[in-house]
Design a protein around this ligand. Structure first.
Ligand SMILES: *Cc1c(COP(=O)(O)O)cnc(C)c1O
Length: 239
């Protein structure tokens, strides 16, 4: 990634890396969905990425997603939600996004199902797993995943499509391998069981620093922000 390259050039580099990582693990690049993590990039920059061939966008704040959606920023691409979700915001997302990656409690699953039922749709979701067991991170503990998948059976308006994780160390790909392997194992083991309203299709893991490592462990969705859009500049904190 370089600040001097355009979004289109960065995107081409990321795609080439995905293709190589896919090939090295015996897969086709077409089987891996690149989701552009578009947070803090305005509608114009999102459109630039879509014009350059990005087919899916992921936002992690509801308000920002709604504002940019109103500006038609995501036209021509799929829209996913990847950030922490509060129950009172669920109603704004259901039916607007094609996939919610970050479902971290049974109560949240219930609320998504309730809102989807009202709209007579079925909402696709992923369960977020706290693979590093960190206090500060949300997500199901690895040993809670089976019970959560079981709970989906009582919720007809959601369909669990797979698992997602954000491992503890996001800077160096190799260090995250054990967490990615843990998730892959959960994905395979639970995929072999029969749960109602569950179809284990997607394994969402890998960000700018570690998407190739994630692909080597079986990821088929990667969420890449800064490697496409450049470093995000966060506003200075008010003291
Ligand atoms: C921002 C974000 C990403 C992308 O992060 P980069 O390191 O910029 O690639 C991926 N996943 C989630 C949940 C995010 O919030």
């Amino acid at each position: 990634m370089s600040e001097n390259l355009s979004i289109a050039e960065n995107l081409a580099l990321v795609r080439a890396n995905i293709a190589r990582a896919a090939k090295e693990s015996g897969r086709d690049e077409k089987d891996i969905l690149l989701i552009g993590a578009t947070k803090m990039n305005d509608a114009d920059r999102v459109r630039q990425a879509i014009r350059a061939g990005l087919t899916a966008c992921g936002e992690n704040r509801v308000q920002e997603l709604l504002e940019k959606n109103e500006q038609h920023a995501y036209d021509g691409a799929a829209l996913h939600f990847i950030g922490h979700l509060q129950k009172n915001k669920v109603k704004y997302l259901v039916g607007t996004v094609s996939l919610i990656h970050s479902v971290d409690s049974v109560a949240l699953m219930q609320e998504i199902s309730r809102q989807a039922e009202k709209r007579s749709i079925v909402q696709d979701i992923l369960l977020e797993v706290n693979s590093g067991g960190e206090e500060s991170k949300s997500g199901f503990a690895p040993d809670e995943v089976a019970a959560a998948l079981d709970a989906a059976g009582a919720l007809p308006a959601i369909r669990v499509r797979g698992l997602m994780t954000i491992p503890p160390i996001c800077r160096y790909g190799e260090e995250n391998l054990p967490y990615f392997q843990l998730l892959k194992q959960l994905f395979v083991d639970n995929g072999e069981k029969k749960y109602d309203n569950v179809r284990m299709d997607f394994l969402s893991m890998g960000m700018s620093g570690d998407y190739e490592a994630a692909i080597s462990c079986g990821a088929n969705m990667v969420r890449v922000g800064s490697a496409i859009f450049g470093q995000r500049v966060y506003p200075a904190k008010q003291s």
